[in-house]
Design a protein around this ligand. Structure first.
Ligand code: SAM
Ligand code: SF4
Ligand code: SF4
Length: 369
């Protein structure tokens, strides 16, 4: 049987710290929790399944994630009640935005019921939580209306090529482009516009698709974002030579269409925004390899089985499920989350080297992208 690549449980999680022991300097003006670099928790990415119906070569290579791969058993998954409870506690610490991810989040049975629960929560300032979802869109046509009715406001679709052969080779399950496009249309019609379309760019594999994909969505209102191929996990054979720097992506787009810069929507936005000079819309790049954005990183990640990760490139999570199922009170869990966030000093992308890239890290499909 193939070994499931799971993170180690970090013993540092230890007993919950008392709020009285939180150094004043680490708390913001409104008592919001800060890490050692002054970063608050703004986004929570929740992985709702470690399974996927695609085998994207850069994420879940079929040779590793094969029929014998030991995915998590149902009993290990956080229930919707447990996710809702933890989300409430994160919100008390300042989280305003939730992204549901995976694996493929639309494979999780009745995912709309979770969205319904989360959509009822409000931020510390009394505003509705911003709930988004990242999907490969294979089930989006079927699910779009239910997701919107449940309270989903935005969706990001991953699409790595507009060329049929390239896309089928990259998802490695022979999934057709047309069905992804139908999912995008259904989401648009259901009110989830504008959509974000993410393309992971790998040199020599799909970089010749940058211009055709941009052209396909130019003028539609949807925003294509080109993502640098990252050294997440330990199974995708990442090499720096495979990364197409965002600067090069922008140069190519600028030559073909003409671009001008746009201001970020908010501090800490990971995508750099550009507008087509002819007014036909917006594109973005996410440069986590060549231009690290750790300084503003306010993202926490909750794995399918309830481990809290403070960095995408970690090899260890902090177990929240055991105390959650062991009868911990809300106050104890709140303090536990604080005791994990407060000493956070992650800045992996700032210190990436060939050596760090080779280290064992948690898989993207487990932690959620
Ligand atoms: N299955 C869903 C999907 O593909 O949209 C959600 C989970 S997937 C892990 C989330 C995002 O991570 C996708 O946009 C995917 O392309 C991206 N991703 C996965 N592996 C990556 C890698 N090594 N480098 C950059 N992005 C990656
Ligand atoms: Fe599945 Fe998304 Fe990973 Fe592709 S990127 S294998 S769709 S989890
Ligand atoms: Fe955040 Fe870690 Fe990525 Fe830096 S490397 S931006 S700390 S997730």
């Amino acid at each position: 049987m193939t070994e499931r690549i799971i993170p180690l449980i970090d013993a540092r999680a230890g007993p919950p710290a008392s709020p009285m022991s939180w150094p004043e300097a680490l708390l913001g003006a409104h008592g919001q929790l800060k890490d050692t670099r002054g970063r608050s928790i703004h986004d929570l990415r929740i992985s709702v399944t470690d399974r996927c119906n695609f085998r994207c070569t850069y994420c879940m290579p079929a040779s590793v994630f094969d029929k014998d791969y030991a995915f998590l058993p149902q009993s290990a998954l956080l229930s919707f009640e447990e996710i809702e409870r933890l989300t409430r506690l994160f919100v008390a610490h300042g989280v305003e935005k939730i992204r549901l991810t995976g694996g493929e989040p639309l494979l999780r049975k009745n995912i709309e019921h979770l969205i319904e629960r989360l959509a009822r929560l409000t931020t510390a300032a009394g505003k509705p939580l911003e709930i988004t979802l990242t999907t490969n869109a294979s089930l989006l046509k079927r699910k779009a209306a239910a997701l919107v009715n449940a309270g989903l406001k935005r969706v990001t679709v991953s699409l790595d090529a507009i060329d049929e052969d390239v896309f089928r080779a990259m998802n490695d399950v022979d999934f057709p482009v047309a069905q992804v496009l139908e999912g995008i249309e259904a989401a648009d019609a259901a009110g989830l516009r504008p959509l974000k379309i993410n393309m992971v760019v790998k040199r020599g594999v799909n970089d010749h698709q940058i211009i055709p994909l941009a052209r396909h969505f130019k003028g539609t209102g949807h925003i294509v974002r080109f993502i640098e191929f990252m050294d997440v996990g330990s199974s995708n054979g990442w090499r720096m030579d495979d990364v197409v720097p965002s600067r090069e992506v922008i140069d190519r787009l600028n030559t073909s269409f003409g671009l001008t810069t746009l201001e970020p929507n908010y501090i800490g936005e990971v995508a750099q925004r550009w507008a087509y000079t002819d007014g036909s819309g917006e594109v973005g790049v996410i440069s986590s390899v060549t231009q690290a954005f750790c300084a503003d990183c306010s993202r926490a990640r909750l794995s399918t089985e309830g481990q809290l990760f403070t960095c995408l490139f970690a090899n260890a999570g902090h177990d929240l499920r055991t105390p959650l199922r062991g009868g911990a009170t809300d106050a104890q869990l709140t303090h536990l989350i604080a005791s994990i966030w407060q000493p956070r000093s992650d800045r992996y992308s700032e210190i990436r080297t060939a050596q760090t890239a080779a280290l064992r890290k948690v898989e993207m499909s487990y932690i959620g992208g």
